[in-house]
Design a protein around this ligand. Structure first.
Ligand SMILES: [Zn+2]
Length: 363
């Protein structure tokens, strides 16, 4: 009797072990399969679009007819347009990706494009934002004044508007994108947000961190640092957009070197090192008479490896000679001009005419 009982227990134990082993095995196999099926290698060129700081207060930007109105009209988009564009991009299955995951640098310092894994059904997209300094000369003309951390530590915009401090989450691209991704987490691949391209001549993000501020530079830099820390923690990336936003061919090599050094002295300590250089006006000089241009050498020596221009093609390759391996990425411009012109290159991303803000003056 006792022997039979022991035998039964033994058999039960063996069966239970098999069952556990089988369950674990099938679970592992299924999980592996789900993972394999849920992601794929994206081998085409990654789309890269860019715009500037948004027109936050249309009444100030357009109705007041200031010297900036015309520029805003052609070079910028409004907050409303940005929100509509995000919705369309999301509907068309785009998702933001970290630009740094799209290229690699070998032991010789040569950058090359790499394949990235994205969730099935998604197309990777880099969205970058130029000149995010909120130039002091433009204060009160329709853009926000600065990016701040609110009392709960969340990113917001702050602007002196109609004699009040207007703290908002729906007017500038940073808080808008933060909240859009909270609502649609699958619009961000591995937590990526946008790429912020900074000059340095009048500070960054609305803080006067440049040496030209002799009043309260230290305090401004401290505040800028806190905002940048939060941005980095939330998945935003940074690139250099030159220090003074000069036309590349209009300054000497010596002046260009000083420019690069100033950016590294004033902006890099706040945002950290970056491998990405975004040409002001999309103007670049890599080769001249078969030689690498001095200005390009300066950029390479400063540690930049991926160079971003402006163009409506999705260009992402080595330029202009394969032997020299300079990795170059074009960006499609999203502004009043390209929306109004209904540029066909934007059609795979969103419908330009359907996002146009009715607040734009007709003439
Ligand atoms: Zn610019």
């Amino acid at each position: 009797m006792k022997k039979n009982c022991l035998k039964n227990i033994k058999i039960s134990c063996i069966l239970a072990s098999f069952l556990i082993f089988f369950t674990l095995f099938s679970c592992f196999f299924n999980c592996k399969n789900v993972f394999a099926e849920s992601q794929y290698y994206y081998t085409s060129n990654v789309e890269h679009i860019f715009t500037h700081c948004l027109i936050a207060y249309s009444d100030l930007a357009f109705e007041s007819k200031t010297h900036m109105s015309k520029n805003y009209l052609t070079d910028c988009i409004t907050s409303k347009e940005f929100i509509l564009i995000l919705n369309e991009l999301y509907k068309n299955n785009y998702a933001l990706v970290d630009i740094n995951s799209c290229f690699k640098i070998d032991e010789n310092g040569i950058a090359s494009k790499c394949k990235i894994k994205v969730p099935k059904g998604k197309k990777p997209l880099i969205f970058s934002f130029d000149d995010v300094n909120y130039d002091s000369k433009k204060i009160g003309l329709g853009m926000v004044d600065k990016i701040i951390l609110d009392e709960n530590g969340n990113l917001a915009s702050s602007t002196k508007y109609k004699n009040q401090q207007d703290i908002r989450y729906d007017l500038e691209f940073i808080p808008i994108l933060e909240n859009f991704i909270k609502k649609h987490p699958d619009f961000s691949i591995n937590g990526a947000k946008g790429l912020i391209n900074l000059t340095g001549y009048d500070g960054i993000l609305g803080y006067r961190t440049s040496h030209t501020n002799t009043l309260n530079r230290q305090e401004e830099t401290k505040q800028a640092q806190e905002v940048v820390n939060k941005l980095k923690q939330n998945g935003w990336q940074f690139a250099s957009h030159s220090y003074g936003h000069y036309h590349m061919n209009k300054i000497s090599d010596e002046k260009f070197l000083k420019e690069v050094e100033l950016w590294q002295a004033e902006v890099e300590p706040i945002v950290g090192k970056t491998k990405i250089y975004v040409y002001p006006y999309g103007e670049w000089c890599v080769f001249s008479n078969g030689e690498i241009c001095k200005k390009h050498k300066i950029l390479q020596q400063a540690g930049f490896s991926l160079f971003c221009g402006v163009g409506m093609k999705t260009f992402y390759n080595h330029l202009p000679s394969k032997n020299h391996k300079v990795l170059f990425m074009d960006r499609k411009c999203v502004d009043g001009r390209t929306l109004g012109a209904n540029r066909p290159e934007l059609h795979s991303l969103f419908n330009p005419l359907s996002v146009l803000d009715s607040a734009r003056p007709k003439n």
